[in-house]
Design a protein around this ligand. Structure first.
Ligand SMILES: [Zn+2]
Length: 328
């Protein structure tokens, strides 16, 4: 099985001279059979040192683009004070995120891809899109964005800029707002893929595990404009990695089976995301091994591991090594 990891390089203590710590960590990963690392650009600190350390360890590097951090001036969703207060009351948070429907979203994300590849393209195998969607499905429709682009689009389609409370649950409104968001996110993926492919590099994405009706409180992707099953059908990018981080094994397997069903017959590479430790919890080694057993028995050939600390005790690395080197 091909095994990759998401890395933040948060383990680096001496930020002024990160190479030795990066090299030691990446050598350890490579020794366990991990062949690719995906580095989170906002936290890497020194991408030159990281790429050099990975090359020395014999690993390929992919760079992760997170829209809000990658763009120079992200067009944030516009909420009124009343919407903010209501969101805080009802959801416990005020979700701040860029608006994919604003034309600057696509333009600036494509420009960010161009910047990264112009400088590091010779050392990267490609880019990975993270958070390529509207924020949180529940917050999108209940707290509509009031940016100039959303207002203008609604004025055209419905004759009002902001929806009166009474239409928020109307099927025609829900359909068109979701379709409008999906169209913008999709065209952003196409724009970033065009840049990536111009540099001769690959584009992957970290996808919502809950596509439509899978287990999990987050998503569903289809309501957030992230219709990755259709993107796979249309071959818009090279690889899709659903972030299947369930701590309940049966949910992990159910979701994995759904992902395999959604990706079947498409030309896009499928890689299963799996977590050692995420916001959902920490898997003990025995459970971590069960995930790999399940992936292996379902014929998964590529896995991407998320681990929020990026630190892997030896017992986890030995499980990884077992599956990385297993003969298929
Ligand atoms: Zn907007």
């Amino acid at each position: 099985m091909e095994i990759s990891i998401w890395d933040h390089a948060r383990y680096v203590k001496d930020r002024s001279n990160p190479y030795p710590e990066m090299a030691a960590m990446l050598r350890r990963f490579a020794k366990a059979g991990i062949s690719r690392t995906d580095i989170y650009l906002p936290e890497v600190g020194n991408l030159d040192a990281y790429c050099a350390a990975a090359a020395e360890a014999g690993m390929t590097v992919e760079a992760r683009l997170h829209p809000q951090h990658a763009m120079e001036q992200p067009p944030m969703r516009v909420l009124t004070e009343a919407q903010r207060q209501r969101m805080k009351q009802e959801q416990g948070i005020v979700l701040e995120a860029p608006c994919p429907c604003h034309p600057e979203f696509e333009r600036q994300l494509a420009a960010a891809a161009e910047r990264v590849l112009a400088q590091y393209g010779d050392r990267l195998m490609g880019l990975q899109l993270d958070f390529i969607r509207g924020p949180n499905a529940r917050c999108l429709l209940d707290y509509p964005c009031g940016c100039e682009a959303c207002r203008a689009a609604r004025q055209r389609y419905y004759g009002f800029e902001m929806p009166p409370e009474a239409v928020l649950r109307e099927p025609w409104y829900l359909y068109k707002e979701t379709a409008r968001l999906s169209a913008h996110v999709r065209s952003t993926v196409i724009a970033v893929a065009a840049v990536t492919h111009r540099f001769g590099r690959k584009l992957s994405m970290a996808a919502r595990s809950n596509y439509a009706n899978c287990h999990g409180g987050l998503g569903p992707a289809v309501l957030e404009g992230q219709d990755w099953a259709e993107w796979a059908t249309d071959g818009l990018l090279d690889e899709i990695i659903p972030m299947n981080y369930h701590t309940i094994h049966e949910y992990f397997v159910d979701n994995l089976q759904a992902h395999l069903r959604l990706m079947a017959g498409t030309s896009v590479k499928f890689t299963s995301g799996v977590a050692r430790e995420s916001s959902m919890g920490l898997l003990p080694p025995s459970e971590f091994r069960r995930r790999f057993e399940a992936m292996s028995s379902l014929g998964v050939q590529s896995a991407f591991i998320f681990n929020k600390t990026n630190i892997y005790p030896d017992e986890y690395l030995s499980i990884i090594q077992e599956y990385a080197t297993a003969i298929k």
